[in-house]
Design a protein around this ligand. Structure first.
Ligand SMILES: Nc1ncnc2c1ncn2[C@@H]1O[C@H](COP(=O)(O)OP(=O)(O)O)[C@@H](O)[C@H]1O
Ligand SMILES: [Mg+2]
Length: 259
């Protein structure tokens, strides 16, 4: 990574999110830089999706703020956050099922301000990049689950985002599909000059993919650091990875996915 202070940065500053009496996030600080892959991990209910919802404008934080390159974006509606360069995928796939794969991606590019022709060419490039060119005319509702996830990521990138937030992209994928996804995700920050935040319970994927990890538990940051630091952190092992350690935790199937 180069560029030092000039790098695009998304900063979460002391964000607290309350739902009535429930405090889903408590004074969370986090930074995401262009060119890096940050893993956001923690047990179910620890506030990971809530944090992504706050960053993307679906929720306004109760306290604290989100800043992109010096501009406060928290409190803005989602479409204005998107215009500030922040794109996401959802924990459950949300494509326009009656539109073709190409149309889904094109639409995202058009909504980001590209003209029709540029949007089409961007969609073609992205389909090529992600190995889904042969699916261009397929109705998105007819795709296999693993393909849907890839289309969702291509669609998010079609907005020309500076920051890409992926909420459990490997959930529901088999080992082979997860491996293919990992290969496709690796090069994104460099190729698209963006910062990528990824939430997932697949510790093997997370540890191999991410430059840095941020760990939440009950809405609070309990650790942040490199994969090696996190793997050996006793607080993280206690709260999330389990006493057997990261290797076993990574190998164990997740049984606690929400539906
Ligand atoms: N819109 C909401 N209204 C009320 N409670 C919510 C809402 N969204 C999330 N929560 C609660 O906030 C906590 C954190 O949830 P979430 O961010 O989805 O966790 P994670 O993604 O880490 O599994 C949970 O207790 C959840 O039930
Ligand atoms: Mg979640």
């Amino acid at each position: 990574m180069t560029g030092g202070e000039r790098r695009s940065t998304l900063a979460v500053e002391s964000v607290t999110m309350r739902f009535g009496g429930l405090r889903a996030l408590h004074e969370v600080d986090l930074q995401l830089h262009a060119g890096e892959i940050l893993g956001l991990i923690g047990p179910n209910g620890s506030g990971k999706t809530t944090l992504v919802n706050v960053i993307t404008g679906i929720l306004a934080p109760t306290e604290g703020r989100v800043i992109v390159n010096g501009t406060v974006i928290s409190g803005r509606p989602p479409h204005r956050v998107a215009r500030a360069g922040v794109a996401r995928t959802f924990q459950s796939v949300r494509l326009f099922t009656t539109l073709s794969v190409r149309e889904n991606i094109e639409l995202a590019a058009v909504s980001a301000g590209l003209g029709r022709r540029a949007a089409r060419s961007s969609a073609d490039d992205l389909m090529e990049r992600f190995g889904i060119r042969h699916l261009a005319e397929a109705a998105s509702g007819s795709l296999a689950y693993g393909q849907e996830r890839i289309v969702e990521i291509a669609r998010a990138l079609a907005t020309g985002c500076s920051f890409l937030l992926l909420d459990e992209p490997a959930a529901g994928l088999n080992d082979q599909e997860s491996e293919a996804l990992l290969e496709r995700l690796k090069g994104i920050p460099d190729e698209f000059d963006c910062g990528m935040l990824i939430i997932d319970h697949d510790m093997d994927l997370i540890m191999r993919l991410c430059h840095r990890l941020h760990v939440l538990n009950q809405g609070q940051t309990i650790a942040s650091g490199t994969a090696d630091q996190i793997r050996r952190n006793p607080v993280v092992i206690e709260a999330y990875l389990g006493s057997q350690g990261a290797a076993e935790a990574a190998a164990a199937p997740t049984t606690d996915e929400e539906v």
